[in-house]
Design a protein around this ligand. Sequence first.
Ligand code: EPU
Length: 421
Amino acid sequence: MDKIVIHGGVPLEGEIQINGAKNAALLIQCAALLGEGKTTLRHVPRLSDVRTMGRLLERLGCQVGGDRTLSIDPAGVASGALEAPYELVKTMRASVTVMGPLLARYGRARVSLPGGCAIGARPIDQHLKGLAALGAEIELRHGYVELRAKKLRGSAVMFDMPTVGGTQNVMMAATLAKGTSRLENVAREPEVQELARFLNKMGAKISGAGTPVIEVEGVESLRGIDHAVVPDRIEAGTIAIAAAVTGGDVLLRDAPVDDMHAVIAKLQEASVVCTVMPHGLRVQAPPTLGSVDATTRPYPGFPTDMQAQLMVLATQSHGQSIITETIFENRFMHVPELQRMGADVHVNGNTAAVRGPTPLSGTTVMATDLRASASLVLAGLVAEGPTEIRRVYHLDRGYESIEKRLRPLGARIERFHGAPG
Ligand code: EPU
């Protein structure tokens, strides 16, 4: 197992090219199942989640090749088992979003139920409700969801909450249904919009992505296409906070500024100088960081995927910051680790009160989930003395070689192979 060691205290400075978005790439990989012919994806980040999705597509019978530029040819899927096995789904929940495309194009799918995960229970009832409304027969047997439908039919679906994966799964299924579907109370996240753009390029007829109502007019078939994945708003936000907490000045090349308004607003509230440039976002730390309150909300609200990172900023801000998590029930696992580094955080239910500024001191910490790990890297960058982060595989799911990305900005960060778990 790898570990990462950071010697903090260096202001990050320079330019960094923002990578393709993990959560957009994963869903577009699934959507390639819908196309007749090969799909080519560009700007795909090198992440373990992307590789896991590639393995799942191969298990389903796709030919998958390339790195950074991926090719996916689903020609062999029709004759395969159409099954997403437990070993893959348990390592990556996004695997459940093959349900919609498999069902729509091949008429059946067998997908392991994901179970809970570190950040919460994360049920998939809304995915199933939507697919059932489109005419899928669904059975839960032996830990698997078995879905069948000769031909899906367009329908109205009212989601109980704006779920990102649920919206994407049902939207993909509806593309090949007979007739028009109207999906209400859908997620508006940029990754939903990006998936809709991708599907429309394949020949789908989707309107309203980015609003609370999406309409999908079913078509007979979709074709494989060439597509470049949008830049990652969460990677950009994470590095923006790295610049802010280290007293740095970083240009985030191709940062998707329009998708980052909530994060930029919070940085500005903390007095961080954010300047939109022709090719990205410049982030300059102020002499003194101000406190900042934030509540995670579905897009366009403040993203839950930036909550742990914002908490590190709050530890360096003057005054008390209140951070509330409303999307997932167990997403404060970074708190005990940050406390071990000296952070003054008090959790009450889903609210954390953070008092700052507190000097952080480096120690050995344990990554528990992807964004929690990112917060430990940020804490390591400001801490005095070395910070050793264990269980780096969580980080590698969503940040490409973080040490290689941050070193050119001046960070003293190294990876060691073969650390204890
Ligand atoms: N929910 C249900 N029933 C459902 C679906 C969702 O109760 O059928 C609940 C969930 O338990 C959760 C809330 O609704 O409390 C929101 O979940 P959502 O479905 O929106 O999340 P997701 O699709 O499972 C994606 C991202 C997450 C990100 C969330 C929220 C991907 C692959 N994952 O998950 O990303 O946190 O949206 O924005 O797109 C990450 O990248 O670190 C990550 C966890």
